[in-house]
Design a protein around this ligand. Structure first.
Ligand code: MN
Length: 253
């Protein structure tokens, strides 16, 4: 064991630190699904779990310390508190402490201007944090003659429904195609899009599957789970993570 670890630490500082928002376990601990961790590692970033807390100074320090932020999937968002709607019967489980934590992280990340990737709940929360609303439950609220199954019964990494990406969108550029087949584990969806954002990808029933901040290619979100495929070594959505890590390293596009 050498005492001269300072040299090694200095050499390793080039790798960008990617904060990943934590979720509560049933016992009250904070955890992050290893699929997010493995995806960041595979893309060359340093994953760091951000534990749920609501201390403003701690939150500020957390966001000041990271080079990019990933907002992860999970529970439903409190509709009454965050977009002024009474809960419908099909509204799912909510975690008030995590809601407050996640909204604070998003606002701080936007304020600091660091790259921000929202995934599933994270995608929906970014919309709500910026003034948008959600369908509380797709099957009971979305009127479409060709509803798509958004709660797939298939392995988590396996794509089951198509998403059409706008030509010229950030996602079309990152992924090199305008048609993707995504995995899908959600019953809520973006309804009114927040000001400042544009929808760039939809499933066949019109559900918002990707969003980007207008004029800011560092802020983007997906309704699907690119980390499930990426962590398995699949390349379909790998470039979402390499793009985020390159942004976090200071590369501009
Ligand atoms: Mn879907």
């Amino acid at each position: 064991m050498s005492c001269f670890t300072g040299i090694l630490l200095a050499q390793s500082t080039k790798l960008p630190l990617i904060g990943i928002s934590g979720t509560h376990t049933s016992g009250g601990s904070t955890q992050v699904n290893s699929t997010y961790i493995l995806s960041v590692l595979r893309a060359g970033g340093v994953p760091i779990i951000l534990p749920i807390n609501n201390n403003p100074e701690v939150l500020k320090k957390m966001v000041a310390s990271i080079d990019a932020l990933i907002m992860t999937g999970g529970e439903d968002i409190d509709p009454l508190k965050y977009y002024n709607e009474e809960p419908i019967p099909a509204q799912g489980e909510i975690d008030p402490e995590r809601d407050a934590f996640d909204i604070a992280l998003i606002n701080l990340a936007l304020e600091r201007g660091i790259p921000l990737l929202g995934i599933c709940r994270g995608h929906q929360l970014m919309n709500v944090a910026c003034g948008g609303t959600l369908y509380q439950d797709i099957p009971s609220q979305l009127r479409s003659p060709n509803l798509v199954k958004h709660r797939q019964q298939a392995p988590s990494w396996y794509g089951t429904h198509t998403v059409e990406l706008d030509k010229g969108s950030l996602f079309a550029k990152i992924l090199g195609t305008t048609t993707i087949v995504t995995n899908s584990f959600h019953h809520q969806a973006v309804k009114d899009v927040a000001p400042g954002f544009v929808v760039t990808g939809r499933s066949k029933d019109g559900v918002v599957e990707t969003m980007e901040m207008i004029g800011n290619p560092r802020v983007f979100s997906v309704q699907f789970h690119p980390e499930s495929a990426t962590s398995r070594g699949l390349d379909d959505f790998f470039h979402i993570f390499t793009y985020l890590v390159e942004l976090a390293s200071g590369k501009s596009f």
